[in-house]
Design a protein around this ligand. Structure first.
Ligand SMILES: NC(=O)c1ccc[n+]([C@@H]2O[C@H](COP(=O)([O-])OP(=O)(O)OC[C@H]3O[C@@H](n4cnc5c(N)ncnc54)[C@H](OP(=O)(O)O)[C@@H]3O)[C@@H](O)[C@H]2O)c1
Length: 266
């Protein structure tokens, strides 16, 4: 039988690495895509050894022109048959809009939106040939509720959510299931951990770790869930968000958003 692979972008650390581990644990072979560097190579070696699956890393700057096409060509030239595509690489930056250099936003828009769109575009014909295939797009809770002071990031994640939801319906009569992952805050590095340890009990209610998010994400994906929101408190927040009047909701979100920037600057 032909070997199948799960391709994950941003797989060297954070949520992507946890998704790679979760898939490997389930016996899936992995194609790990991230920036070139020791983290990627180490992660690939560790996962291959620990779970005894095939793991192939590809170090590439996904924001470079044609990088998504290069990823697709790499998989085809090496004969890797992909039946699960996980578009996860992305980053966010929150502040008063004009304080962040434009180039940061340009990179964010490319990595968070154009890259998953183009990867999906290139892989779709290949995925349609599979008996059963899956696409998981990592959005965010901020892809379900517009977050003031993170205007660019929240907009990129709304794009991801809308793209996933609409593509899912377009592919409803095919063998491809599309799911959208909408995590709340996830601690992915030491700084984040220290911030959470310093913050009050309310923050701890919503914060999760990558190893908690990953099994929920892959279970949801394999069950064909439309939107996957890890964490009960986060699910309740989204439910409330959906029923509150828009003006009230946005005032509340402004308070939450303004907490991420220095008070005197608001
Ligand atoms: N963390 C959260 O609180 C949170 C919450 C909701 C949604 N999300 C979303 O979840 C996804 C993963 O976030 P994370 O916090 O786990 O990220 P992370 O820990 O910063 O990891 C980002 C991953 O993306 C890779 N990457 C970054 N820029 C790249 C580029 N130009 N080309 C190729 N690979 C690149 C990194 O590779 P290198 O390691 O090689 O640099 C790394 O593997 C993102 O889409 C993010 O928006 C995160």
């Amino acid at each position: 039988m032909e070997k199948k692979f799960t391709l994950i972008t941003g797989a060297s650390m954070g949520i992507g690495r946890a998704l790679a581990e979760e898939c490997a644990q389930r016996g899936r072979n992995i194609l790990m895509v991230a920036l070139e560097g020791p983290e990627l190579q180490t992660a690939a070696t560790e996962i291959a050894q620990k779970y005894q699956v095939e793991v192939h890393p590809l170090g590439i700057d996904l924001t470079a022109p044609d990088a998504p096409l290069q990823v697709y060509n790499w998989s085809q030239e090496n004969g890797y048959s992909v039946d699960m595509l996980i578009n996860n690489a992305g980053f966010g930056k929150g502040d008063i809009m004009e304080r962040v250099p434009l180039v940061v936003y340009q990179t964010m828009l490319r990595l968070n939106n154009q890259v998953p769109f183009e990867l999906t575009y290139h892989f779709l014909p290949h995925l349609k040939q599979q008996k059963q295939a899956y696409i998981l797009n990592t959005s965010s809770m901020e892809g379900l509720m517009p977050m003031p002071f993170k205007a660019a990031y929240t907009s990129t994640k709304h794009f991801v959510t809308a793209f996933s939801l609409s593509l899912r319906e377009e592919l409803a009569d095919t063998s491809i299931s599309v799911s959208t992952l909408c995590p709340g805050p996830v601690v992915t590095n030491e700084d984040g951990l220290k911030r959470i340890q310093r913050s009050g009990p309310k923050a701890k209610l919503v914060v999760m770790f990558p190893h908690q998010v990953a099994p929920i994400a892959i279970n949801g994906l394999l069950r064909g869930k439309r939107i996957i929101i890890p964490g009960v408190v986060n699910q309740i927040m989204i439910l409330l968000n959906n029923v509150l009047p828009l003006a009230l909701r946005m005032r509340m979100l402004r308070k939450i958003g303004s907490a991420i920037i220095p008070k005197k600057e608001v």
